[in-house]
Design a protein around this ligand. Structure first.
Ligand SMILES: Cc1ncc(C[n+]2csc(CCOP(=O)(O)OP(=O)(O)O)c2C)c(N)n1
Ligand SMILES: [Mg+2]
Length: 615
């Protein structure tokens, strides 16, 4: 067979292949790769670097400051694009590569596509050991990049140039599959990046990827529909899958037609507008009182596109109805069948629309729907009380959230770790689908600012507001520089409570002494007094420190039109959180301790465990 070929290096083949992959967004064919984040070193500068230069006008390369940060940005880009578009990230070998492992795990947990292209050691092994090579004297095939295996959906090491052909094909299948999607790692041996091969021209033909919408199985569907029809007190839990399937309208129609209240996970929040009368808000450990009261009584829980992690299920103690049945509507069978659920493997939109049609004419008893609406009103009153203006010298996180919400009503909010996610889950009023972007699958400190950059690249028109604690800021803030370089303006609101407030509270709740969380409780010779505004200014950001909620609102209004990333710092109280709503969370308390507070907490813990549904 005489196929037309083109002689390219393996790295050039990777770059060229990426430029040929397309998708359709709003009727327009666009590149499926939004770009490549790159930090070069040995192991990628000569091979991948040369290849990316060659395609820079069609596939832009962005220089980040830290490999983990770049990968966070790339992953956030995919999440903000509802997984319809994604990015690649390339690193040198050794430390550069391993800096991406945490991000790979983040993408794995959150089911988000990203193509990781770390450099690897020489396939020919002749110059071994090279700089930054982890030598394994028991196994010649192992390199540092094997760390990516458990946190990649697909991993391959490319030791011959032609291997990249099946590897990239498999990579695209995984990146675009709604059930399998997650991080793909192609570990590119540095000598092989530079080796040439006669690649078939057809390998670089344009390919347009359209999302696959999985239809339900007839038997599973009949069982699920029958269970819902028999229910008296059904609820819907909307997870991230609702957003990725762009199923908000179908969800609203289904809930309205049948009178079923909807509650949202962290990844699912903004599936319905907060003002929708059937949107009960957050559910679970950081749930609204409305959601949690209903979830306790529910006889059928229609779990749509959710992993049902412990924050959603209150560590499986939330659903108190003995007869409760879960219907697991999910593209991924692994999730659909969790906890004795009746699995309904399907795309969320297709599944909801099919259920709607099958249940046409059936409505839940209106008492249940009215109860939901009353509970929602009660919750809104409590939430408004928590977020209202204040003159307090040290405001709460909730009061800062209220100020941000009042000043930037249309903001797209980004956050990941600390005390803020719980407060935002309860209190942030999200409107448009995707306007609430929480990384709470892995809850990675340091995702916030880098993630904000990815969101802004994916949605340049959005007013992207990042809320971040002092601890997360200290862990990873350097992509502020990238955001300024790229003209990707972020508004960063930094809540400085001088330490790890949420872990300090958790420590107290489990009977622990205040120890090693707030800066004042750490072993130190000098107590740090970090000037965050000066730090951000030094990186080129517009920055200021404000002394009150009123000043914060004014600063947010004033900087709305700033031409670059802006950091606004406010001191907050580390001890206050919103009492209303919420649910127990399983955190194991020591069985024996010399501290009486720990013993008391242990007693409470054992009682709480009795409510846990095992299965
Ligand atoms: C990378 C990483 N390390 C550790 C943790 C555990 N952890 C969760 S929140 C937190 C403290 C966050 O501090 P800060 O950002 O100041 O927020 P605060 O708790 O004060 O609201 C820690 C240590 C984590 N989630 N991620
Ligand atoms: Mg803090």
């Amino acid at each position: 067979m005489s196929q037309k070929t083109v002689r390219l290096t393996m790295a050039q083949a990777v770059a060229r292949f990426m430029t040929a992959q397309k998708t359709v967004i709003a009727g327009e064919t666009v590149p499926i790769f939004g770009g490549v984040f790159a930090i070069f070193g040995h192991g990628n500068v000569a091979g991948v670097g040369e290849a990316l230069y060659g395609v820079k006008d069609t596939l832009p390369t962005y220089r980040g400051q830290n490999e983990q940060g770049m990968a966070h940005a790339a992953i956030a880009y995919a999440k903000a694009s509802f997984r319809r578009r994604f990015m690649a990230v390339t690193s040198s070998i050794g430390p550069g590569a391993l800096n991406m492992v945490t991000a790979a795990a983040l993408a794995h947990v959150n089911r988000l596509p990203v193509l990781l292209l770390p450099g690897d050691v020489f396939a020919n092994r002749l110059p071994d050991p090279v700089l930054q090579q982890v030598e394994d004297w028991g196994d010649g095939t192992v390199s540092a990049n094997d760390c990516f295996r458990p946190v990649s959906r697909y991993f391959d090491r490319i030791t011959r140039p032609e291997q990249i052909i099946p590897a990239l094909r498999r990579a695209m299948q995984v990146l675009t599959d709604p059930a399998e999607c997650g991080p793909v790692t192609l570990s590119l041996c540095q000598d092989v990046q530079a080796e040439a091969y006669d690649y078939p021209e057809s390998f670089f033909a344009e390919k347009v990827w359209v999302p696959r919408r999985i239809m339900p199985d007839a038997d599973e569907f009949a069982t699920a529909a029958a269970a819902i029809k028999l229910s008296k007190k059904p609820v819907i839990i909307a997870g991230g899958g609702v957003l990725y399937s762009e199923a908000s309208e179908s969800l609203a129609a289904f809930a309205e037609e049948h009178g079923i209240p909807v509650m949202e996970t962290q990844a699912g929040k903004s599936a319905l507008p907060h003002g929708h009368e059937l949107n009960m808000g957050s559910v679970g450990v950081t749930g609204s009182s409305a959601s949690n009261v209903l979830a306790e009584e529910a006889d059928v829980v229609i779990a749509v596109g959710t992993r049902l992690q412990d924050f959603t299920t209150g560590s499986w103690a939330l659903f108190k109805n003995e007869a409760v049945k879960i219907v697991g509507l999910n593209v991924q069978p692994f999730d659909a069948g969790k906890h004795e659920a009746l699995p309904l493997v399907s795309d969320a939109r297709v599944g909801l629309e099919a259920l709607d049609a099958a249940l046409m004419g059936w409505q839940v008893d209106s008492d249940w729907t009215h109860k939901a609406m009353r509970e929602k009103d009660k919750w809104l009153e409590a939430a408004d009380a928590a977020t209202g203006p204040t003159n307090a010298e040290l405001p709460s996180d909730a009061q800062v959230i209220g100020a941000v919400q009042r000043a930037r009503q249309k903001a797209t909010l980004v956050c990941a770790a600390g005390g803020l996610p719980g407060e935002l889950h309860k209190l942030w009023k999200a409107d448009a689908p995707g306007s609430y972007h929480l990384e709470y699958g892995f809850s990675t400190m340091g995702y916030e600012i880098a993630g904000g950059l990815g969101v802004k690249l994916a949605r340049p028109e959005d007013d992207v507001v990042v809320m971040v604690g002092d601890g997360s800021y200290m862990m990873l803030n350097s992509e502020i520089v990238s955001s300024i370089m790229l003209g990707a303006k972020l508004t960063i609101v930094l809540l400085d409570n001088a330490g790890y407030g949420c872990i300090n509270r958790l420590q107290m709740a489990t009977g622990g002494a205040n120890f090693n969380n707030l800066l004042k409780d750490t072993h130190h010779v000098t107590l740090p007094g970090i000037d965050f505004a000066a730090h951000a200014a030094a990186m080129g950001a517009v920055s200021r420190k404000v002394g009150s909620i009123a000043e914060l609102e004014a600063a947010l209004a004033e900087t709305a039109d700033a031409d670059r990333t802006t950091v606004i710092v406010i001191d907050t109280d580390p001890l206050i959180t919103t009492d209303s709503g919420g649910h127990w969370w399983d955190v194991a308390v020591p069985e024996v301790s010399e501290r009486s507070a720990v013993n008391a907490a242990r007693e409470g813990y054992l009682k709480a465990l009795q409510a846990q549904r095992i299965g």
